[in-house]
Design a protein around this ligand. Structure first.
Ligand code: UD1
Length: 381
């Protein structure tokens, strides 16, 4: 039910690190228009520690969550089920008009599923991305969340094509741009200079003007010790040519230790560091010669920054970063990684353009579209 006489009552959901930079501009716009939006924030607790959560809330001025479900880590089934169990009474108590979810993590599908079964409208921000790889947990989360969403906001034109192929009505889909890039543009000037961050990383011995950034955390890259070893071996070789800074995800740190691969990195020019804050990583990426990653967010951020990105995956759900941006998807074959790295070092990599509507105003467009949608629904009721 939409209350046409008062502000739209939104319950906004975050859970894991990549959600935080997506929700920040939305909460800012909703709170700035408090006459039209009553927006509350729920954190599921999927990510919970200082480096994976608190640093982002502080740096991005995200309001403290009104509710923290405190679920923590677990298998996919346990984590998803626990979020659903703890979220249901929150909906019963608050009875929002809309549940707004972002991205593709377990928190996204868990909360969307609880809401839709209670007849509460679901809004999905960053809808329609598809890698075509159902082996990726995020792909399952994307497809299912989109199927049960009432309003779907896309970041690139392919999103609508993907959604309509899956039977989603065109009038539910709005191409609004990219809220993650809203955050990047809003914080570009606040980014911490690379030199300052590199000074604090004990293992970094290179010239602060000549470095690359490496991140790895996808289960397909880090959970299998054979794949992980093969990747780390080629990355160690690359680091002989260009020192690499490797802010290491807790999952990856654990897998490297379990697989006995720590000695491979010791003595190399890959400098490990704990996960970095948003402003530190933004500063590093902006000044890096190359970014090697399996992250979805970094593919988009490097395209917005015009920095060459080498994606260590066989596919991407963000094809626009390849077609228009600076991204090359190379997979995990060492020879291909080496060749792409050589090319970037020799030529400076692809020159790209910033995709349409990645202009810092996506959250405002979402707010406007939400109000128009709510008012049309109220009239129809
Ligand atoms: C999740 C998302 C993934 C996203 C990634 C970003 C799903 C299916 N996956 O994967 O899409 O790219 O977040 O990080 O939702 N841990 C900590 N501290 C924390 C959180 C986690 O140490 O604050 C450790 C735990 O040991 C945990 C492991 O990291 O078991 C993995 O966390 P989890 O949330 O299960 O998945 P991610 O790999 O982070």
């Amino acid at each position: 039910m939409t209350h046409s006489d008062g502000p739209l009552r939104l319950l906004c959901i975050v859970g894991a690190r990549p959600n935080f930079m997506k929700i920040a501009p939305l909460m800012r716009v909703f709170r700035a228009r408090a006459d039209r939006f009553d927006a509350r924030l729920v954190h599921t607790g999927q990510h919970y520690d200082e480096a994976m959560k608190d640093a982002f809330f502080r740096q991005l001025h995200i309001p403290e969550p009104d509710i923290d479900l405190g679920v923590g880590s677990g298998s996919h089934a346990v984590q998803t089920a626990e979020i659903m169990r703890r979220f249901e009474p929150v909906l019963d108590e608050l009875k929002p008009d809309v549940v707004l979810v972002v991205g593709d993590v377990n928190s996204t599908i868990a909360c969307a599923l609880v809401a839709t079964k209670k007849g509460i409208s679901v809004v999905h921000v960053e809808a329609g991305l598809r890698s075509g790889d159902r082996g990726m947990p995020e792909e399952i989360n994307r497809v299912l969340t989109d199927q049960i969403s009432d309003l779907l906001f896309t970041t690139e034109a392919d999103g609508a094509t993907n959604l309509m192929r899956e039977g989603i009505a065109a009038d539910k889909i709005h191409f609004v741009g990219n809220v993650m890039i809203d955050t990047l543009l809003a914080n570009r000037e606040r980014a911490i200079p690379a030199e300052e961050t590199l000074r604090g990383i004990a293992g970094f011995a290179g010239d602060p003007a000549e470095f690359g950034v490496l991140t790895l955390h996808r289960p397909s890259n880090v959970d299998d010790p054979v794949v992980l070893r093969r990747l780390l071996e080629v990355l160690v070789q690359l680091s002989d040519r260009l020192p690499l800074v490797f802010p290491i995800h807790p999952r990856t740190r654990g897998r490297i230790a379990d697989a006995g691969l720590s000695p491979l990195l010791q003595g190399s020019r890959i400098a490990l560091t704990d996960p970095l804050g948003y402003l530190q990583l933004l500063g590093l990426m902006a000044e890096a010669r190359i970014v090697l990653t399996d992250s979805g967010g970094l593919q988009e951020e490097t395209t917005a920054l015009g920095v060459p990105c080498v994606t260590l995956r066989e596919n991407t759900e963000r094809p626009i970063t390849v077609e228009q941006g600076t991204n090359t998807v190379v997979g995990t074959d060492p020879a291909k990684i080496q060749a792409c790295f050589d090319d970037v070092m020799a030529s400076g990599g692809k020159s790209g353009r910033v995709p349409d509507l990645w202009d810092g105003r996506a959250a405002e467009r979402i707010a406007d579209a939400l109000l128009a949608w709510a008012s049309a629904r109220a009239k129809a009721a």
